[in-house]
Design a protein around this ligand. Structure first.
Ligand code: ASP
Ligand code: MG
Length: 804
């Protein structure tokens, strides 16, 4: 025989009840032997509790009670439920008169939910031609008199159940009330909330059932609550032990006592979805998973009681006293944490027991207050407990670090010594985000990276499209889900927590709105977005002022914008200090040489202790183009310059390239990578623009380009034979000191050197180090352009994603 148990939501009016009837009819028609255990229908138990409360406060409970009756009767007018309704009416009237009720009365009232449910279902099944029999467990399951949480008397109950089922004919389908029983005096009791599951597994045990099928409204047991963690995955198989742990840590679909009776008789339990027939659900058996299973569960209705005091340290018997107080007051402690160096003891208890706990502890420790051994007992109820079931301490640093990186600092954590569980207490406001961070980390399911892109011009726009195009492939290959949740320029922002679409350009027109950086930060917080990255593709000095608050609000930074690294050295230091304090990273590979792996290489060499003695190169693609061509061709300088301008190789005002400041900035960035403390003003920059052309507007300047010609014709002519011109940046001097020599200058070099052989608009860098001697590391290639720069920024995103 199989036992089928249906939960309250499965039995709700309409779709639910119809599906339940269909499932049962199907099985009967296929000749399966089954017995049914039911919960109260819909939210009956909650509603009865609510009506009871209102009645006891002399409130007007009647309208809700009428609704209750209407719902329970549904469209089945022919079914007679008047007996239960009449009793309820009398009980409520009595409670309302007295203004109070006992636990015993409460159990009588709550029991009606299951009785109504079983009665109705029996009648419907009989109507469908099934030989159904209403079965009231108050006559079978005998319990102690602990109303509200009664414990079955095993031998007696078993005897009753077995005897009852002996009378059954082959094709009888018993419809059994879950949750309820009675004392040996025949007073009605209940087995604790969600207790129908317990009833079902007891019956399964007594009858040696083949299997218990628990029909719920979810597809099975998940790695975390799918309502809170979108990426939660269904677990196909669990062992009894694992299921037991999950039940103990608060999973409501498993009643904490459900597993033991099944384990005892090795009866498989299947969690199924009434509403999704196809699904195989979660199967719980004695077989254990090879790799072990991990799940996250949450306890929300808890409070943290904290005892503080100098005298607690090293004092014996304190814990014993605490536990005695808890025991005497029937308060169960789910977590205790005690620092050996800190003078505090924290206890997690059910929220509704917290005040009692505090008061009773204050009584117990009254004398210790006087002696100042204890100075504070406090309660925090804005907390929740996350338990990582199946987590041992050897790899716990991973989720823990991920939490810290996301600015979630657990209030306390502890582990069980034998089992593999770690529990964390977090602020309730951070619960949602914390769950997602931990889940992403321990399940290796795609870790979500939430990205805000500032600046959507050439580089920014290209980057966004590159991300959208490769996101699917990256998720597949690297288990990283790149989610662009914000796109902004200096005026408007487009926000979408689920990620912008390829249509973002239009969307920002229609849905973009003006913003400050705080709006973006607030949005990320509000939607619990984890693993945040802000990308600065602007060239703006204004935007850089946002860096610090972004970092303080748990964003990592990436920029193609060079400003932040070339402001004063004191700002440079400050930013790095804030980054360190917040355990955040700032990457800017594209600041120099666009997508070429330059900064990373220099950083690695420097960190590994390699002594870099000189860096020299052509830092600007634009100026590379100008001088490579000018040297190779017999044409006036202005002609090449004009060509460059017309092809869009220069800034709109070409003087920004020609003045050498951009090369200077890049050189400075490399210098600071080597811990040199130079300021921008200390760079010796040879400005390529004749003095009289340096001021005035662009239009005017563009009309006077030929004035460059005589100057550069002469420079070219003055060279030694077989030499060419190159505009370079050079870092030299004793680089072990605080400051280096930074020079940006036009030089003449032999044609047959690496530098002299440069072509097109390539960037070119030589890194001289002690071990490499006079054979420098050379990095050369396209060092400009929006596509390669965007790729470089993308590279930084992947570097960051790989880190945490
Ligand atoms: N109806 C009871 C409750 O809601 C028992 C159950 O559904 O398992 O707690
Ligand atoms: Mg680079």
């Amino acid at each position: 025989m199989k036992i089928l148990k249906f939960g309250g939501k499965s039995l709700s009016n309409g779709d639910g009840l119809n599906k339940v009837i269909a499932i049962i009819t199907d099985k009967v028609n296929q000749g399966e032997k089954i017995a049914i255990v039911v919960s109260a229908r819909g939210n009956a138990t909650d509603e009865l509790e609510q009506i009871l409360t209102i009645a006891s406060q002399n409130g007007d409970y009647k309208p809700i009670f009428e609704d209750f009756k209407k719902y329970q009767q549904d469209v089945y007018d022919a079914v007679d439920l008047s007996e239960e309704f009449t009793i309820l009416e009398k009980l409520f009237e009595g409670v309302s008169l007295i203004g109070d009720y006992s636990k015993k009365i409460k159990d009588q009232i709550l029991s009606k939910g299951e009785l109504l449910s079983a009665k109705l279902l029996t009648a419907i099944l009989i109507e469908k031609g099934i030989h159904a029999r209403f079965t009231d467990t108050r006559e079978l399951i005998k319990t102690d008199a602990k109303f509200g949480d009664a414990q079955p008397l095993e031998q007696l109950s078993k005897k009753n159940v077995v005897a009852f089922f002996k009378q059954n004919t082959e094709n009888t389908v018993s419809v059994i009330t879950g949750f309820i029983g009675s004392t040996t005096n025949n007073d009605t009791t209940t087995l604790g909330r969600n207790g129908s599951n317990y009833t079902a597994s007891l019956i399964a045990n007594y009858l040696n059932a083949e299997e218990l099928q628990n029909y719920t409204h979810v597809d099975g047991i998940y790695t975390a609550n799918p309502d809170l963690v979108v990426d939660a995955k269904k677990i196909d198989h669990l062992s009894f032990n694992e299921a037991n742990e999950i039940a103990n840590f608060g999973a409501t679909i498993l009643h904490a006592k459900t597993i033991i009776p099944l384990l005892e008789k090795n009866i498989p339990l299947r969690i199924l979805n009434t509403f999704n027939h196809e699904n195989k659900g979660t199967l719980i058996t004695s077989n254990s998973n090879k790799e072990g299973i991990k799940t996250l569960s949450v306890l929300e209705n808890v409070a943290l009681v904290n005892l503080e005091g100098r005298g607690l340290l090293g004092k014996t018997g304190v814990d014993a006293r605490i536990f005695r107080v808890m025991g005497d007051n029937n308060i169960s402690v789910s977590i205790i944490s005690q620092g050996s160096s800190e003078r505090g003891i924290g206890l997690v208890v059910a929220a509704d027991k917290a005040t009692t706990a505090m008061i009773e502890l204050e009584k117990e420790f009254e004398n210790d207050f006087y002696s100042k051994d204890v100075n504070k007992i406090t309660v925090a109820d804005d907390v929740a407990v996350i338990s990582i079931i199946g987590q041992d301490l050897s790899t716990f640093h991973k989720p823990y670090t991920a939490l810290i990186k996301n600015k979630i600092v657990p209030i306390l954590f502890n582990n069980t010594v034998t089992g593999k569980n770690v529990s964390l207490v977090v602020k309730k406001s951070q619960l949602h985000k914390a769950l997602n961070v931990i889940h992403g980390e321990i399940f290796g399911v795609a870790k979500k990276i939430n990205i805000a892109v500032f600046g959507h011009g050439l580089v920014g726009g290209t980057l966004i499209n590159q991300i959208l195009e490769s996101a699917a492939a990256i998720e597949k290959r690297k288990d990283i889900k790149l989610n662009v949740f914000a796109i902004a320029n200096s005026k408007n922002v487009l926000l979408n927590k689920n990620g912008v679409t390829p249509n973002w350009k239009n969307e920002i027109q229609t849905n973009g709105f003006s913003y400050t950086i705080d709006d973006v930060i607030a949005y990320a917080n509000e939607h619990h977005l984890e693993n945040l990255i802000a990308i600065d593709n602007t060239a703006s000095a204004d935007f850089v002022t946002n860096y610090i608050s972004l970092v303080e609000n748990s964003f990592d930074l990436i920029s193609s914008n060079k400003v932040a690294n070339t402001l004063s050295y004191s700002f440079y230091k400050k930013l790095r200090k804030v980054l360190a304090e917040n355990q955040k990273t700032y990457l800017y590979e594209t600041n120099v040489g666009a997508g070429l792996p330059l900064i990373d290489t220099i950083k690695l060499l420097h960190l590994s202790g390699e002594n870099i003695t000189k860096i020299k190169g052509v830092f600007s693609g634009t100026l590379s183009y100008l001088f490579n061509n000018f040297s190779a061709k017999d044409v006036p300088f202005s002609e090449i310059l004009k060509e460059a301008i017309d092809n869009g190789y220069t800034e709109p005002d070409p003087r920004e390239d020609l003045c050498g400041n951009d090369v200077g900035r890049k050189l400075l960035i490399l210098a600071r990578e080597l811990d040199l403390q130079n300021e921008f003003e200390e760079i010796n920059i040879q400005n390529l623009i004749p003095e009289h052309l340096r001021s005035g507007d662009v239009g005017e300047f563009l009309n006077k380009l030929t004035e460059f010609d005589p100057i550069y014709a002469k420079i070219k002519a003055d060279q030694k034979p077989n030499h060419v011109l190159r505009y370079i940046g050079e870092l030299s001097g004793d680089l072990q000191n605080d400051k280096g020599n930074l020079e940006v200058k036009l030089v003449s070099v032999p044609l047959d050197t690496a530098l002299g052989g440069l072509k097109g608009s390539d960037s070119f860098f030589e890194i001289y180090t002690e071990s490499y001697g006079d054979r420098p590391i050379v990095i050369q290639g396209a060092g400009a352009g929006s596509a390669v720069t965007a790729r470089g920024v993308f590279g930084d995103i992947l570097r960051l994603s790989d880190k945490g």
